[in-house]
Each structure stands twice: as structure tokens, then as C-alpha cells.
Write a protein that binds this ligand. Sequence first.
Ligand code: GLC
Length: 558
Amino acid sequence: MKLNWFKKGVIYQIYPRSFKDSSGDGIGDLNGITSKLDYHKSLYVDIIWISPIFKSPNKDNGYDVSDYSEIMPEFGTMSDFDRLLDKAHQYDMKIVLDLVPNHTSDQHQWFENSRASLDNDYRDYYIWKKPKPDGSPPNNWKSFFGGPAWTYDELTGEYYLHLFTKYQPDLNWENPKVRAAMYDVMRFWLDKGVDGFRMDVVTLLSKHPYYNDIEEGTGFKEIIDCYFANGPKIHDYLHEMNTQVMSNYDAFSMGEGVGVSQHNAHLYVGEDRKELDMVYHFDILENNIVNGKYEEIANFNLLTIKSIFRNWQQVFDNGGWIANALGNHDFARLVSRFGNDKEYHKASAKMLITMLATQNGTLNIYQGDELGMTNIYLKHIDEVNDIQSRNFYFENLETKKFSPEVALQMINNEGRDNARTPMQWDDSSNAGFTDSEPWLKINPNYSEINVEQQIKDTDSILSYYKHILKLKREYEIFSYGKFEEFKKNDKNVYVYKKYTENNYILLFLSFHKHEIDVEFDFDNYDCLTLLLNNYQDVLKTSTGILLKPYQSLIFTNN
Ligand code: GLC
């Protein structure tokens, strides 16, 4: 297995709006990030992925780009960016930008030209279709964020496609000019020295040509897999992108793998394919989503998580590579979803990173998870910023599927604002994030959960993250190696060994809020070294080991 820098490296995702405000307008910015690079360095981060920083009207907080070669004024200037890049490189850290190639903002010049007439040079940059004879949209597709995926434009009497909001028209990748324009955007940033791209919903670039109606009753996952993602030309486009752009730079691509499974992942990331360097899969992040976000949430089940990780091992047999994450800006906080954000906050946050950091693949950490930041409780829809949550709420007021109280509760449980509340730096007012009114409510628990406090405390979640990330750098076996699993059917503990020819690590992870007696036949317990423990002690028994609530242990044979 060839381990190059982006396979070994730890990625830290920054949501710039919420990371650190240096200008005093309540919105995080580039200089704020630059001022915290020491922090990343001290955390043993290798690569920083910054969510979109391009000019945008912010209908979807930067995922609606109106100019790919300009910096969002709220975030600063191009010189601020150059300084950030420079300093990161001086610190030996890489910067990865979030490219949004599937759609632009409706305020992008391309779209403004495109919508202006039926026969302009930009008309084919987007996907326009005639109405059905009764004036209704070309098909019954719904957007990811609620409502129809088509919007009628009076001026030219046609509908345009938007798989997300109506402010995010989908680009027409069939058009070679669109592809060339996007490749130019990529070269512009790579020539500046950026080290790669996270590619937003990149699996949606190729559209299924028939635009046929979705059958009534089709589940959300199936809709994505069969109608939206993995279109017939996707691999041609990615191969072209790789050969024309990426392969000319020492940079990597991480595709957001909507609709990617262990069955098709190797088509995207197989080394011989020359498409993407890794995909970011959603099996874990969406494991409890039964039928579309908010609609129906299944209870946490460790057996599901174990089987997902197990199945993903197969991809490596085909020479592929994946990115692992338990949290990002689109999901609720990981400790609130997978752990226990109350009495076992500390132990469970530490245990979860132990699991994630020892799975094969590139580890992605989302800002604030290293502190165990938790979900927030928003009392009223007016406090909710996220367009996906707001659309859900207001659509629901019309359909009356759930009561407004239940809808708000669902947003509190699952909504994206949970992950977007500002970073908690210290216990001063506004958590040290800004000097003025923050753009989004700060989680009131910042007086207990914040960077300053956790730096001082050697037993904090942050200190534990530093420790495990340092170990991950030292022990390549954390990032790759063969996998042997024990107690596969145990719903409360996850026990596995990772090994190479001479070395191994052995892990015990408890997902239980009570002590649990694990029978395990250590044939050489006395020869093992305890590498990491999220409690002070280890309770070895005559038949195995007694795990405390959410305890995690890593042993090694050397
Ligand atoms: C991706 C982004 C998400 C965004 C969407 C549309 O899923 O992660 O934040 O809203 O794409 O660009």
C-alpha cells in the first residue's frame, strides 16, 4: 500500500463563517483562520479543508458561488487568502478548497447570461427544459432541499434544473465549454499553490439523460442512487478532469460521495482509473436516516456501524481509498448523535475519535468536534439559519405532516445549524469568536466547553485528540493495515485488531453507558503495551476485560 501525504494526513474541516472573526462583523473570516494556524499545528493536523470561500450571495452559505475566482468579501481579500496559504505552507500544512462544480449561484454571470434569452452563448451552460403541455415541470423530481427540482423562468418560458435550491442552478456538464471553464477555475487556484479540492456533490455532475419521472413511493436513497448520482458520463468527466488538471499538480481530490457505495467506489477511486484520489462516503453519517433527512430517524445501532466499516474494507482490496468522518457542516454534532453529550460527554467523545482515527482511510475532523461541541437547542424558527431546515419547516406548515413543534424538534435533533454554531474559543462573551453580534447563535455551553479551558486540562477531549493524532502520525497502522474483528454481533462493544506483517494494535471500544464485562482471550496480555486509554485505569479480569462506560483502549504488541 502506497501511503502518500494525503492518505496519511489528517484533514481538519473549517466552516469559515463560524471559525474565527477577526474583523468584528460577527462572521468568521480568512484572517481569523490565519490567526489560528498555531492551533491546528498543535493539534497535529496536516491538511485544512475550508468550506467555500468564493464570492456568493450566501443562500446556502457559500455553496452557491457567484464568482469562483473572487473571495467572498465578508471573508476578506485575495491577499488575505495568499497570506493564509503562505503561512499554512510555512507550517507544513496543506490547504484544500471546497470546489462547487455541480451548480452555481443564480447570480453567477453565466446564469444571468443563460437566462437572458433562448439563443445566447451561455444558454447551454445550464439545463433548460420546456414545460409539459399543461405547463407543469418537465418531470416530478424533488430537490434535495424540498420543493420541485425545476423552476420556471418567465422570460424564456422554460424550466431550469436545480437539484438543491432554486438559487443553485445545475451546470450542464455535457457542454465542453462548461467543463473547460471549471478546469480553468481549478487551475487558477492550483497555480496559486492550493493543495487540492474537496469536490462538492461531484457524483451528480452527469445527469441521467431521460429525465424520467420518479416512481411514486421510491425511497430517498434510491432516488439519489438511481436518478441523481452516478450518471452515465460521470467517469468520463472525472477522468478528463484528472488528466487535464489534477494530474499536473501535486494536489489531491476528495469527492463528496453522494450515492457512492462500496459496490461502485472503486470506479471512482481505483488507482488505475485516474479519477478521484478519495471519496467521502456517507454510510456512517447517514446510517440512521431511513427516508430522507428529518423524515424518519432510526435508533443508533452499533451493529450497523460495524458492518459499514467492515464492508468498506473491501474497497481497499481493489486499490481504492476513502475518507472517514463522523461529522461535518451538514449533520448534527457527532457526540450528540453517536455518543452521549450528557454524563459521558468526555468519555464518549474520546471513544468516538479512537474508533474513527483507527479505521483505514483519511481521517476528517470537523471543527469543534475536537472539543466535543454539542448540538444546540433553538427555540424558534427565527433562530434557524440553514436553508434546508427552513424549507423543511415552512413546507411542513403547508403539508401539516408534523406539528410545528415536532418539526422544530426534528430540526434541533438533525438540523445543519447544530454543526454551524460558532467555534467556542474561550469563556468570554461570544465565546471569543467575535467582538460583535455573531451571525448564528452561540451554544450557551461555551463557558464549560471551550478551547482555552481544554488546553489547560490534560484530561480534556482536546488533549486526547492531540494525543491520538500524534500517535496516528507515528503509527502508520492507524491509517491502513488488515482488519480482524471480534465479537461481531455484540451490540455494545466494538473489538478489533489491525495488523501488518509484524505489528498490530488491538482496540476495545464500549458504546455502553454502564460497565460491561467483555470476555476476551488475550493469549499474551503481559506482552502488550497500553497505547491509549480514555480513563485512568484498565480493569483486566480473569476472563477478559471490564470496560467502563464508553471506555476505549488501544493496545499494541510493540
Ligand atoms: C453539499 C454541501 C452542502 C450543500 C450542498 C449543495 O452537500 O456539503 O452544504 O448545501 O452540497 O451545494
